[in-house]
Design a protein around this ligand. Structure first.
Ligand code: HEC
Length: 273
């Protein structure tokens, strides 16, 4: 019997070792880039909620800087009400965009001012045009980028990385290429991009936008704000998800207590006093 337990625990130990090893390989596949520094996020943690002011500032950065190259295909403008805008403000924002619609009765496509029900129009007609304008590189759609660059490691939680932290690191990680590093034409050196060569020139510089709420627009501030906005874009229903989670836990707790007393009562006669 003891022999058997020993054998089982050894097998489990070995299996755990293989899994931890596998998670190491997954991390190593990210290349020789350093771990992005962690930031304080209002939306992280079981009680985390979105910082609406940061979301609005981040949207401003996306709109004024990133939107000239990056699409946001999966985000409908009506959802901007999550950022704290009222209905009229959302309508006004939508109106700023020209949206392709049609065909009309003559079979032609036409352009009209945007409506809240529209999705954000893409800056380029297709991937080829996007590549042609960016030296052959394709600026990825940013709808899910915060989730796409997330890395959660169950076995080495300290190696976990939020996509938001990576975005901040990427946007603030531009630097001169170190001695002896061959940088391709039109490429920029970035500490946190896999391979260190990125076809996106540093998009942010000090005071690039003028924040409506007077927050100083440092590169770090704009990066954090746009990362918050992009995290929201990738998981707009985060607050509802956390709330539901708490309700489920509360339900299970109450159910467990009831079951405990029911069980006691049912067996009371059998077990005696
Ligand atoms: C002038 C065009 C341009 C602008 C403006 C621009 N980008 Fe990019 N971006 C690119 C291109 C091109 C790539 C692809 C780079 C590559 O693959 O080497 C890219 C890649 C990225 C990536 C993917 C990095 C990865 O890990 O794969 C992110 C994230 C990103 N950009 C975010 C932003 C944000 C946020 C802004 C606004 C602050 C912005 N970009 C502004 C052109 C742009």
């Amino acid at each position: 019997m003891i022999q058997k337990i020993k054998k089982i625990s050894l097998t489990m130990f070995a299996a755990a070792g293989v899994l931890v090893g596998a998670s190491n390989i997954a991390v190593a596949a990210g290349g020789d880039v350093p771990q992005p520094p962690k930031n304080d996020w209002a939306h992280v943690g079981p009680f985390g909620k979105f910082d609406k002011a940061a979301l609005q500032r981040g949207f401003q950065v996306y709109k004024e800087v990133c939107a000239s190259c990056h699409s946001l295909d999966l985000v409908a403008m009506r959802t901007l009400s999550d950022l704290g805008y009222n209905e009229d403000e959302v309508k006004a924002i939508a109106k700023e965009y020209d949206v392709m619609d049609g065909p009309n009765d003559d079979g032609e496509m036409f352009s009209r001012p945007g409506r809240p029900s529209d999705y954000f129009p893409a800056p380029f007609a297709n991937d080829q045009e996007a590549r042609a304008a960016n030296g052959g590189a394709l600026p990825p759609d940013l709808s899910l980028i915060a989730k796409a660059r997330e890395h959660l490691s169950l076995f080495r939680p300290w190696k976990s990385q939020y996509g938001e932290d990576y975005l901040v690191a990427l946007l603030t990680g531009y630097d001169d290429a170190p001695e002896g590093f061959e940088l391709g034409e039109g490429m920029s050196y970035n500490t946190y991009f896999a391979g260190h060569q990125i076809a996106m020139a540093a998009p942010l510089s000090e005071d690039q936008v003028e924040y409506a709420d007077g927050t100083p627009a440092t590169v770090k501030q704009m990066s954090k704000d746009v990362a918050t906005f992009l995290y929201w874009a990738s998981e707009p229903k985060m607050e509802a998800r956390k709330e539901l989670g708490f309700k489920v836990l509360a339900f299970l707790l109450i159910l467990s207590i009831l079951l405990y007393f029911t069980n006691k009562k049912i067996w009371a006669d059998v077990k005696g006093k």
